[in-house]
Write a protein that binds this ligand. Sequence first.
Ligand code: DGL
Length: 288
Amino acid sequence: MSVDLLAGTVYEAGAVLTMRAPTILVFDSGLGGLTVFREVVRARPDARYVYAADDAAFPYGRLDEAALVARVCSVMDRLVALHRPDIVVIACNTASTLVLPALRARFPIPFVGTVPAIKPAAEQSRTRHVAVLATPGTVKRDYTQELIRSFAGDCRVTLVGSTRLAGLAEACLRGEPVADADIAAEIAPCFPEGEPRTDVVVLGCTHYPLLLDAFRRLAPWPVAWLDPAPAIARRVVQLIGGPLLGHEGDEEAQAVFTGGHGVTPPLARALADFGLPCVHAEPMPLAM
Ligand code: DGL
């Protein structure tokens, strides 16, 4: 076998197999998955990307578990049929902590999930008090409890289920004003009075890194804010390999929204800044 890396072509026993850049589908309930998308693009700039936001069902944090499994499976049926991804990144803790087994049983492609970074938080905490800031769905999952039992048994773990932060992050990207006081109120439970103080806060929802500057500014004391996105990008590369030489990612990435509400001009600009100038509606109303 010989490999022409520049042309991205493999010659094997007379057959020519063209190594094409993979299609990567990055999925979230809304705009939070963009924080994962940008890291995956950095790791595989040559890939073809579809960013899918199930905004018709946003926020996932309020859906009960059976409804969420059914919703994600049915939206994924459609997205996989339409876009034929080689790998899917579920850039949503609320979905990943519940739906991954069902997705892996349903589709013959790899799924990479996003789950709260409790293990690295416990490894790096000096005070042995960490907080997990996530949606109400994620904090009550058995999966999250199991992560705490397995990796943070010797730490105090303060679980904070925020009902509003994901929506506030979306509002910010849409260009709507968001009051500091509203953000401060949502993060306040990560900083309980008394010793030992928290020194690490796990960003257990992919929307939250969108508000990181505000979190740093509004926190009552400095902490490390753990964003799992770089680790997810590394996992994608482990599964599908590094960039193909000679492929520059020539196909424009596209963003797909299930809600069909349209995007405001500030959101269109924000999406373009994330490398998503091309936006489509793929309406899939949520049957409640
Ligand atoms: N971005 C999602 C997560 O990581 C959830 C936000 C929501 O839909 O409730 O959990």
